[in-house]
Design a protein around this ligand. Structure first.
Ligand SMILES: Cc1cc2nc3c(=O)[nH]c(=O)nc-3n(C[C@H](O)[C@H](O)[C@H](O)COP(=O)(O)OP(=O)(O)OC[C@H]3O[C@@H](n4cnc5c(N)ncnc54)[C@H](O)[C@@H]3O)c2cc1C
Length: 442
């Protein structure tokens, strides 16, 4: 059986190792960090994430969805916190079907579960504390540095797969080697910072538990996702620079004033606000597009390494998990021709990753600005009405992206078509009504 060298045991790396192990391949998985079971922070990214249908499907295929969902908290809709002090939050369900929800899960626990799923296969070996420095593409050899011993070593296989995240070393080697390798990275002017709302008495939740909380403030926003211990992880998405920004908010007074002005209902729930704000890092938000995602039958990219997106649709990990499903299908379809399998995987995924990148950027504007408006909530109600009235015919974009496995590009295209038909018809009806009224009064 062929041997795969995988670089990166983040969310997608662990899952892909399990998929490849299940097919009987030899797998060596190298991760630069130490074992997450030793209590180390995973990835330095968000502490919790929203898991939805695509990701759950990928976990189901490998038999670990129930294990993961045991620790999840369902989020049934958005809880919008208005800016005006004293205004009550407004709940907007995600779907007309109250059983449809997204799931808040802890990154560390999920990472451990996928790694353990991979390690159930005796043909999968996981090596922590091994950083990949570069890859020799033609010989499918990864050069590595063991951070425990400071020794350099290399790992060869029939193919190397880069599952090493947005700043992939495998992708960098492809950039250097492949003529006309297309690469584009773009950063938002906003960064993000994680803050905490600790549990209430007896590990209770101090806000509605089964919701994704949003404080939309036009050019910026804060969100909060629930954790099983009763706490919430809040994330502030805010401009790096500008008159009111991370750059200008440094002193205790600045921080307190900003939060009291913008998030007055959250401040009493955040006793550690000042320490969290000053000590937690400010992360950047990048979109990465590149092509191709493979080199001959020797190298491929999966997950953020191929297509990092901004987090506003809650789909980066879900899409990375979907990559694993599609790559596994392609390897099964073309067992004797790995180059064809890798090319087919790239062909099936690329336009969908590009579509998701656009959707995620657009959803930032929707979350930080539009969710606060009555028009947005009316549009959501109309969406849900049409979904119930025209079952199987009308599907809101959010529903297609989050609660189905309709490819992202197809979902985006269908939503544009639906909008044209529905809003075109509404305009038509209004024009006819105005015409009739005009006739009645002449
Ligand atoms: C603030 C924020 C919130 C998010 N929320 C959501 C959400 O709600 N839902 C969702 O679906 N997605 C979300 N995402 C996106 C999600 O985090 C990523 O899409 C997902 O982690 C991608 O998985 P991955 O395995 O491709 O990469 P990663 O999880 O980044 O894993 C890459 C792994 O490779 C290792 N590595 C890196 N370089 C090397 C090297 N040179 N050698 C060896 N190992 C290496 C890293 O240590 C890491 O373990 C969010 C992202 C951010 C930033």
């Amino acid at each position: 059986m062929a041997k795969f060298v995988l670089i990166g045991s983040g969310l997608a790396g662990g899952l892909l190792a399990a998929y490849l192990g299940r097919r009987g391949y030899e797998v060596d998985l190298y991760e630069r960090r130490s074992d997450p079971r030793e209590g180390n922070l995973v990835g330095g990214r968000s502490i919790n994430l929203a898991l939805s249908t695509r990701g759950i499907h990928a976990l189901e295929q490998i038999g670990i969805a129930d294990e993961v969902l045991k620790h999840a908290i369902p989020m049934r809709g958005r809880m919008i916190h208005p800016a005006a002090a004293g205004s009550a939050p407004i709940f907007a369900p995600y779907d007309v079907d109250p059983n449809k929800h997204i799931n808040s899960i802890g990154r560390a626990a999920l990472n451990t579960t996928v790694i353990e799923a991979a390690q159930r296969y005796p043909n999968v070996r996981v090596h922590f504390n091994h950083k990949c420095t570069d890859v020799d593409l033609d010989s499918a050899t990864a050069n590595l540095l063991n951070s425990s011993t400071s020794q350099q070593l290399n790992a060869s296989g029939d193919a190397v797969i880069g599952v090493d995240g947005a700043f992939s070393a495998v992708r960098q080697s492809m950039q250097l080697k492949i003529d006309n390798f297309q690469y584009d990275e773009s950063y938002l002017a906003h960064g993000y910072k994680e803050l905490t709302i600790p549990p209430g008495p007896n590990a209770s939740w101090r806000m509605e538990k089964e919701a994704l909380h949003i404080w939309p403030r036009k050019s910026f926003m804060m969100i909060a996702l629930p954790n099983p211990d009763g706490s919430f992880t809040c994330t502030l998405f805010w401009e790096f620079e500008g008159p009111r920004s991370f750059a200008t908010t440094k002193t205790d007074d600045d921080i307190r004033r900003f939060f009291c002005e913008e998030f007055p209902d959250a401040v009493p729930l955040m006793p550690n606000l000042l320490d969290d704000f000053k000590n937690n890092p400010t992360g950047s938000l990048v979109t990465i597009r590149c092509a191709p995602w493979f080199y001959k039958d020797k190298v491929a990219l999966v997950g953020d390494a191929a297509h990092a997106v901004v987090p506003f649709y809650g789909q980066g990990m879900n899409a990375a998990f979907e990559d694993c499903v599609v790559l596994d299908e392609c390897l099964a379809e073309f067992p004797q021709d790995r180059q064809r399998a890798l090319a087919e995987y790239f062909r099936r995924r690329k336009e969908n990753a590009d579509a998701l990148a656009d959707l995620a950027l657009e959803n930032f504007i929707e979350m930080r600005d539009k969710t606060a408006s009555r028009t947005f909530r009316a549009k959501k109600k109309l969406d849900h009405f049409l979904e119930a009235a025209l079952p199987g015919i009308y599907l809101p974009l959010y529903t297609m992206v989050t609660f189905t496995r309709i490819p992202y590009a197809q979902a985006a295209k269908r939503a544009r078509f639906q909008d044209r038909v529905i809003y075109g018809s509404l305009v038509g009806v209004i024009v006819v009504l105005i015409g009739l009224l005009a006739l009645a009064f002449t």
